[in-house]
Design a protein around this ligand. Structure first.
Ligand code: PHE
Ligand code: ZN
Length: 866
């Protein structure tokens, strides 16, 4: 039984707003019985649109007063809209509403968190604060005055610049902020709380000084310097790479522990999940430090790509997100290690976006319809969106891409625009015809390229035939796909002149390489030049040559992944048939050579190359997945490598110790990554000696990277009794129980464990005082991470599915956005056998049929069942 009939919204139905809002004046008074928001908007009819009544959006607002030009005016209020007829062509509307931020468990709009009040307005949270035309193409200039108790909420912040502040009666105070930039409502923010602040300044290229501030929960200032450094590096990088300077006098970041997403780019007042701000060597891992760099940069980069130029409507989300992810990826690559950055991006794409694009929630990077926009903050819009931007740069080159960015800002600064507008600027600057390329914006699904090579000795030519297909697309017109290629000799030499960028534009197309005097080893899709699957029958010998010699590190890594993938998939079939897999010596030899080459090739690269493809990624390559067999096959290969290379792993583990004081530099991080990878292989022989080795590292580590790697190694030990595992988990919690982000790691290391009793552990942890259904980070760490644990979530008896359904129902009303993310764990239920499918279907139906199910969850489960 459904209680609401959700409306589908279509891109094709877009119409411009009938009214424009020039200024918004907000007076926000935080009081004991709620927060009173008085909003004064100056409105005028949009001259480009026929006369229409004024219709404002609202949600959970208690309307106290409405007036037009200082007089009462009739209005029609429903639960979600306020309609005014017979308005003059321009007028001033004043509304007064009361909201209840203390009861706002959805964390959208204004809500209470431990240290104060915070807001989240993207995509449609502003309507939960006041009546407004809550759509991104309505851009206004905001002035905000906040009132609150001075002792409880000493810090009062809003977008823009501080104008004035003072005291009021009853121990209260106030502050006024003015944002000189026109902005859509989704970029509005305010904060009232008790917070510590780290201040700094940045001088822009043209010499303006920007005041920087990071606000955090009291006592956490010593965890802010890394984020501050990241912010300054981002500001500098955007000037150098894109000529983009900060336009603000004040740039503030506020960290909050309760937040649905990673972070939010509100104009001049970013609000961040603490996870992407707080770091100190003893509480944050190398990966955390790097993620903070990327997310701080991402939100800062939005100031141009998203805020100065924003989206016309929410279908255009990838206009700002794909582009900004591409920018933060490039920043991360420049700051750390370009080789491993690309490898990790592609690993992430394959683990999350490819499955999404093959499942029930598949959508183009620019969707054509949605029920709930919050369901479309996806890997497709973000990560595939970034790949599409990267392909544009690949096709026209870096310089033309930069010229295209300049042109985009020249044309559209201050506007709300579409993906077409962006591509048109790129076309104008480069002269490139993107007509066919636009297919990447319009079709769902991961295209496949089938490749076939033929070397003709007589003519010394090599003909490469590429064919493309995309079964998920609505028709079979071809994409324009950039395919970077090089040819190698059997001894690993790059064949001169063979490095080319091919443009595959037909369904099937042949490319001829001349002067190829020997049978070449082709290396296709170098640097992962397009987000596609590649079907190519390369031989193990060819792949081994590429793994050892390819000068493009991505494709060297890729060769190793292709080798491992084939072995694991074949072994999985063997195991399912009751046979024992045999592993070729050549693979072990290649792995040994990698380990031996760590000094030349870089420890970080070698660690990536020796990390086997993940189960979720592998599952996508199989039509009916047997998760137990796949898991056993992958483990068996790990174990085999561990046995064959024990001396190498032990030797490297001993020699790679970082003796200098901890820094998250990519050089040190790479050494730690490889050393901890060696540890993870060594614990594959579960014996007292390795348990002690891991436990010693756990105890003695002076940084979270090493401590956590040891904990994860122990947490994965299958034996029912393992003293070191139990002690490490207990000690870790005892030591870190007051550091919320470290407690998240403790939960996650247990929910992602491969141990057979993981579900029982996760269930028990839902009752642990550390777990909190009100905190998204806790839910993601314990519940969603369990849903990504392929072998345990997809248990044959359906227990994982039943548990997940319960959790979704426990949460859907309280926090629909987070519940909906949990529902996504069911995306791939049709990939499993009939028995599992029956269990998954029953769980999904139970959720779907729940009375009063939130729209967010309903959309996801309906599509999953459909
Ligand atoms: N716009 C944010 C970002 O990508 C993400 C976000 C979306 C945050 C919706 C909160 C709510 O930077
Ligand atoms: Zn973003």
């Amino acid at each position: 039984m459904k209680t609401d009939t959700p409306q589908t919204i279509y891109l094709k139905d877009y119409t411009p707003p009938a009214w424009l809002v020039d200024t918004v004046d907000l007076d926000v008074s935080i009081e004991a019985d709620g927060t009173v928001v008085s909003a004064t908007q100056t409105l005028r009819r949009n001259p480009a649109v026929a006369d229409q009544p004024l219709v404002l959006d609202g949600e959970e607002l208690e309307t106290l007063a409405v007036s037009v030009d200082g007089r009462e005016h009739p209005y029609l209020a429903s639960a979600t809209s306020l309609t005014l007829n017979d308005l003059p062509a321009s007028c001033t509307l004043r509304t007064v509403v009361r909201i209840q931020p203390d009861n706002n468990t959805r964390l959208s709009g204004m809500y209470r968190s431990k240290d104060g009040y915070f807001t989240q307005c993207e995509a449609q949270g502003f309507r939960r604060i006041t009546w407004f035309m809550d759509r991104p193409d309505v851009m206004s200039t905001y002035t905000v005055t906040l009132h609150a108790d001075r002792a409880t909420f000493p810090v009062l912040l809003a977008n823009g610049n501080p104008v004035a502040s003072g005291d009021e009666a009853n121990g209260r105070h106030w502050a006024t902020w003015a944002d000189p930039f026109r902005k859509p409502a989704y970029l509005f923010a305010l904060v009232a709380g008790k917070l510590d602040v780290l201040r700094d300044t940045f001088r822009t290229a043209s010499g303006r000084e920007v005041q920087l501030a990071i606000y955090v929960e009291p006592g956490k200032l010593d965890q802010c310097p890394h984020a501050m450094a990241a912010l300054k590096k981002s500001m500098k990088w955007d000037e150098e790479r894109f000529g983009l300077e900060c336009d603000l006098d004040h740039y503030m970041i506020v960290a909050v522990g309760d937040f649905n997403m990673g972070a939010m780019e509100n104009k001049g007042l970013n609000i961040f999940n603490t996870k992407y701000v707080l770091a100190r060597p003893d509480v944050a891992t190398d990966v955390d430090f790097e993620n903070i760099d990327r997310v701080v940069a991402h939100e800062y980069f939005h100031n141009w790509t998203g805020n100065r130029v924003t989206c016309r409507d929410w279908f255009q989300l990838s206009l700002k997100e794909g582009l900004t992810v591409f920018r933060d990826q490039e920043f991360g690559a420049d700051l750390h290690n370009r080789q491993t950055a690309r490898i990790r991006e592609v690993r992430g794409l394959r683990a999350a976006q490819f499955p999404e694009d093959a499942g029930p929630m598949a959508h183009p990077i620019r969707p054509e319809s949605f029920v709930e926009i919050n369901n479309f903050y996806t890997a497709t819009v973000y990560e595939k969106g970034a790949e599409v931007i990267r392909m544009i740069q690949t096709l026209i080159g870096r310089d033309a891409f930069r010229a295209g960015m300049d042109e985009y800002f020249r044309r559209h600064d201050g506007q709300a625009v579409t993906c077409e507008d962006f591509v048109a600027a790129m076309a104008a600057a480069s002269g490139f015809d993107f007509t066919q390329f636009m297919r990447w914006y319009r079709q769902p699904g991961t295209p496949r390229i089938a490749a076939d090579g033929f070397w003709d000795a007589d003519s010394a030519s090599y003909t490469l035939t590429l064919s493309q297909s995309n079964p998920r697309a609505s028709d079979d017109a071809p994409y324009l796909i950039p395919v970077r290629v090089a040819l190698f000799a059997a001894d690993g030499r790059l064949l001169p002149g063979s490095e080319r960028l091919l443009q595959l534009s037909a369904s099937s197309q042949s490319f001829v390489f001349e002067n190829v005097a020997e049978e070449p080893v082709p290396s296709l899709l170098r640097d992962f030049s397009a987000p596609v699957y590649l079907d190519f029958d390369d031989t193990p010998e060819q792949l081994t040559v590429l793994l050892a010699h390819e000068s493009d590190p991505f494709n060297a890594w890729e060769a190793g992944q292709r080798l491992a993938t084939r072995l694991i998939l074949a072994a999985s079939t063997e195991i399912a048939a009751g046979r024992t897999p045999v592993w070729p010596a050549s693979f072990v030899d290649a792995a040994r050579q990698l380990l031996q080459s760590h000094a030349e090739r870089g420890a970080a690269f070698v660690a990536e190359a020796l990390t086997l493809p993940g189960e979720t990624t592998l599952a996508e390559l199989i039509s009916v997945v047997d998760p137990d067999a796949l898991h056993a096959a992958r483990n068996s290969l790990s174990r085999h490598l561990a046995e064959q290379l024990e001396n190498e792993f032990a030797g490297l583990y001993a020699s790679l110790t970082v003796s200098e004081a901890y820094t998250p530099s990519s050089e040190h991080a790479g050494r730690r990554a490889l050393r901890n990878l060696c540890l993870s292989y060594l614990v594959e022989f579960d014996g007292e000696a390795v348990r002690e080795l891991a436990f010693k590292q756990f105890r003695e580590a002076d940084n979270m990277t090493d401590q956590f790697a040891a904990l994860a190694a122990l947490a994965n030990i299958n034996a029912a009794d393992c003293r070191q595992r139990d002690s490490a988990l207990a000690e870790f919690y005892a030591r870190w129980q007051d550091e919320a982000l470290v407690v998240d790691k403790w939960l996650q290391v247990q929910s992602t464990s491969r141990r057979p009793d993981t579900l029982a552990t996760v269930k028990a942890l839902t009752a642990h005082p550390a777990f909190d259904l009100g905190n998204p980070n806790k839910i993601y760490a314990l519940i969603r991470a369990f849903g990504a644990n392929l072998v345990r979530f997809n248990a044959a008896d359906g227990s994982g599915y039943a548990f997940m359904a319960e959790q979704i129902l426990a949460l859907h009303d309280r926090n629909p956005q987070v519940a909906s993310r949990l529902a996504r764990c069911f995306d791939r239920w049709k990939k499993f056998d009939a028995g599992r499918q029956a269990h998954a279907q029953a769980a999904l139906r139970r959720v779907r049929d729940h009375q009063g199910l939130s729209r967010d969850v309903l959309e996801v489960v309906t599509r999953a069942l459909g």
